[in-house]
Design a protein around this ligand. Structure first.
Ligand code: FAD
Length: 291
């Protein structure tokens, strides 16, 4: 299997997808079915999320990533969060992933638990520590990290967020994937800033096709993502009509992706979230651009 570092350095436009694993005791079959359909679209890789703070579905991240690679012949990117984990727990999970033949890991802190009084185990306070640990203990991994074009919601100033990002990259990141954004100008300004801060690794742009009006307010609130007036108008006009909203969401995401490719951003990660139809429709819109 190829490393994502090599894939995203190829210099040609490419699309990757994302899925989330089922909860601990749920059947793997519906997610495998979604993965199989998404794989038919020949994405560059498929990433598999890890339950928030090592939650209930994390147990299945490795199994789904394994399925992506072995049954669908697509490189997998397994997410791994550390905020509630011990060093031994992370070592065991990383070892399991290596034994499954998983080469690519997205090293994340994870969101802090919401309940007051519930404190992280404390072994890893920030993702930078996880990156350093993986680099030292599992040097064969190709390691990615998250970045935030509008700044991480916990950080007051973008410049401080970028300084922390630089330290995270220097700890051993091979590439970055961005949080979703709906206005490409925000990404272009951010890329200029991180490049001038000395961050040189490839950046994969994260695009969320919003196909459901109810999702959007929650997503924007949690991630601190700005909903530009143009997109707000789409939600206002078509939000009550699921079919129209799906079509408009796909059209908006496609337009964003075409603009990114046209402006030299070659790698786009589509937050498909187990919806093969969304991946299929976006790929159909990009067929000639990608071929
Ligand atoms: P960090 O890089 O540790 O940053 C978190 C905050 O701490 C930032 O505000 C940063 O500025 C600050 N910071 C960093 N270093 C320091 C320091 N040394 N001192 C003080 N402050 C510091 N969550 C999941 O639970 N599962 C997933 O699968 C998942 N996948 C994701 C994929 C992508 C592409 C993205 C963008 C996010 C994903 N998340 C996922 C959400 C992510 O876990 C949260 O956004 C989390 O709050 C931050 O994770 P991080 O790795 O960016 O953290």
């Amino acid at each position: 299997m190829k490393s994502i570092k090599d894939i995203v350095s190829s210099g040609r436009p490419g699309i990757s997808f994302e899925v989330f694993p089922p909860k601990r005791d749920a059947s793997l079959d519906p997610v495998k079915d979604a993965v199989r359909q998404l794989a038919l679209e020949r994405p560059e890789f498929i990433s598999v999320t890890y339950g928030a703070a090592g939650g209930d579905s994390s147990i299945n991240t490795g199994a789904i990533a394994d399925y992506v690679q072995k049954e669908c012949s697509v490189p997998a990117l397994a997410h791994l969060t550390c905020v509630m984990a011990t060093r031994d727990g992370i070592a065991a999970e990383a070892q399991r992933m290596r034994e499954l033949g998983i080469l690519n890991v997205l090293a994340l802190r994870g969101d802090l638990p919401p309940q007051e009084g519930s404190v992280p185990c404390g072994h890893f306070k920030h993702a930078v520590e996880l990156v350093g640990f993986l680099k030292e203990q599992f040097p064969a991994f190709c390691i990615g990290g998250a970045c935030y074009p509008e700044g991480h919601p916990e950080c007051e100033h973008l410049s401080a967020d970028i300084a922390f990002l630089k330290a995270k990259v220097d700890a051993g990141l091979d590439f970055l994937t961005t949080q979703m954004f709906f206005d490409n100008n925000i990404l272009y300004a951010y890329l200029a800033k991180i490049r001038s801060a000395g961050i040189k690794v490839p950046v994969v742009a994260g695009i969320m096709p919003v196909t459901n009006a109810k999702q959007i307010a929650r997503i924007c609130r949690l991630s601190g993502t700005l909903l530009p007036p143009r997109f707000r108008a789409i939600v206002d006009r078509f939000g009550e009509n699921p079919e129209a909203m799906l079509e408009a969401g796909i059209a908006h995401a496609t337009e964003q992706i075409v603009d990114l490719f046209a402006n030299g951003v070659d790698n786009v990660h589509v937050y498909t979230m187990n919806k093969p139809d969304v991946g299929r429709r976006i790929m159909a819109n990009l067929r000639s651009i990608l071929s």
